[in-house]
Design a protein around this ligand. Sequence first.
Ligand code: F6P
Length: 327
Amino acid sequence: MAKKVTKIGVLTSGGDAPGMNAAVRAVVRTGIYYGLEVYGIMRGYTGMVENDIIPMHSRSVANIIQRGGTILKTARCKEFLQKEGRQKAYNNLKDLGIDGLVIIGGDGSFRGADVFSREFDIPCIGIPGTIDKDIAGTDFTIGFDTAVNTAVESIDKIRDTADAHDRLFIIEVMGRDAGYIALHSGIATGAEHILIPERKTDMEELISSLQEKERRKKLVNMVVVAEGDEFGGGDQVAALVKERLPNVDTRLCILGHIQRGGSPTCLDRLIASRMGYSAVECLLEGRHNVMVGILNNRMQYTLLEKAVKSKQKISDEWMKIVKILAS
Ligand code: F6P
């Protein structure tokens, strides 16, 4: 029989993602609704190690559902990778009587939660918060929709200049190990080519396709590259294209961190609210070490270790769509 939780902590960890605040709000308000004491742990696991932990009330999360970033701040904590760091963190939680945790973050944050939970027998529930969408067991991760919409808005603007000057643009979007932002934003903006880490990029094929487009007098061309593409991201691709196609007016644009900020979209606020609520229910039901996700519009619980080990697959059909629609 699982111990009943009475005091829970919530933290945001890893790269910030728009919608994290909406998730924090949902955790705090659901926890309070069910009579729990809720604490906010500042700067991810760093706040746990350094005892930077504050009580949260319903009003603490007022007026944040629409804000990007995270009011709890975030960090990637090196000390938590060591047993001594985790022991310190546990002692701090114990002193406050915190007996359950909600971790909003990506795969690195879940790995930490899984180890911590096993070492100290404290239930940890993960909420997928990352713009990269590189986690299995969920159709959505908090922040992805906002990031993709930011990328689409930016690429649309770049297209205006590409069209005005008859240029080829290489556009790098975020995604360290995952190509979802590139794939979704590239399809939605009509990119001619999309390069992602999940597929081997044939650079010769890319060059000859661009040559062919030049021959056909196709004047506006956009290549969207995920930063983690194995060829090496936007700058390497642009350098190669400039070298091999010196007559083509080519420019590089790296969108960078603008994709991480901004007010979350409606979808991100909704999934954050559902996941935050569901995470508290998981703790109350006595679940341990699961990530709450949404699959086919239903809540889905995946063991943390499984969520980080497998990735969502990109189907070949998506790649076929890119090819056909850009022809
Ligand atoms: O994981 C989210 C992400 O935005 C990646 O797409 C990117 O590679 C990384 O974080 C950048 O991290 P940082 O802000 O620490 O440079």
